[in-house]
Write a protein that binds this ligand. Structure first.
Ligand SMILES: [Fe+2]
Length: 175
């Protein structure tokens, strides 16, 4: 007989996949909390710096929400090293290396990197929400939906910020 290990009496393959993906995004969010202060420091625009600061708080809350989900599944919150997030954050570091301090170009580059991160997260949470529904975890799906909406809002905010920055600096630095 198969050993039951948490989600159901016997874990269905989809439930296992769901759990693994949950661990992946948990690891991703943790990595992001370490990177956001660096992004904030690199930003020149006050609005952008503030957006990174706000998103750090939002991310910490999303981590708690994930921990709540692990608890609901009777699982220990274990992070998996998220290679996707690691790559995206490395790209963010390259932007900082390759652009001039205090330049609007760097700010726009930081926004590009941050939006790539948001899109990764939107994909992850969108899939997780759907998977949760599929394995009959409606309440968990709702929690994931909350985070999904937050990521979408951040993405929108970043788009608006980029537009403002580009308009402001169009005649000056960005060619
Ligand atoms: Fe997030």
């Amino acid at each position: 007989m198969k050993k039951a290990s948490g989600i159901g009496k016997e874990e269905l393959p989809l439930a296992v996949l769901f759990f693994e993906e949950l661990r992946d995004i948990y690891g991703a969010e943790k990595q992001l909390t370490k990177a956001l202060p660096k992004l904030r420091k690199a930003a020149t625009s006050q609005d952008l710096a503030m957006a990174f600061e706000d998103h750090l708080r939002v991310t910490q809350n999303q981590i708690s929400r994930l921990e709540q989900i692990f608890q609901a599944l009777d699982k220990k919150p274990e992070e998996k090293k998220c290679e996707g997030m690691e790559g995206l954050l490395k790209e963010g570091e390259s932007v900082i290396e390759d652009t001039e301090e205090g330049s609007a170009t760097r700010d726009v580059g930081l926004i590009v990197s941050a939006q790539k991160v948001e899109h990764y997260e939107i994909a992850a949470y969108g899939s997780l929400r759907q998977l949760a529904k599929t394995i009959d975890k409606a309440e968990i799906s709702k929690l994931l939906e909350e985070t999904l909406e937050e990521e979408k809002a951040t993405d929108m905010l970043l788009s608006n910020l980029a537009e403002t920055l580009i308009n402001q600096d169009a005649s000056m630095e960005i060619r």
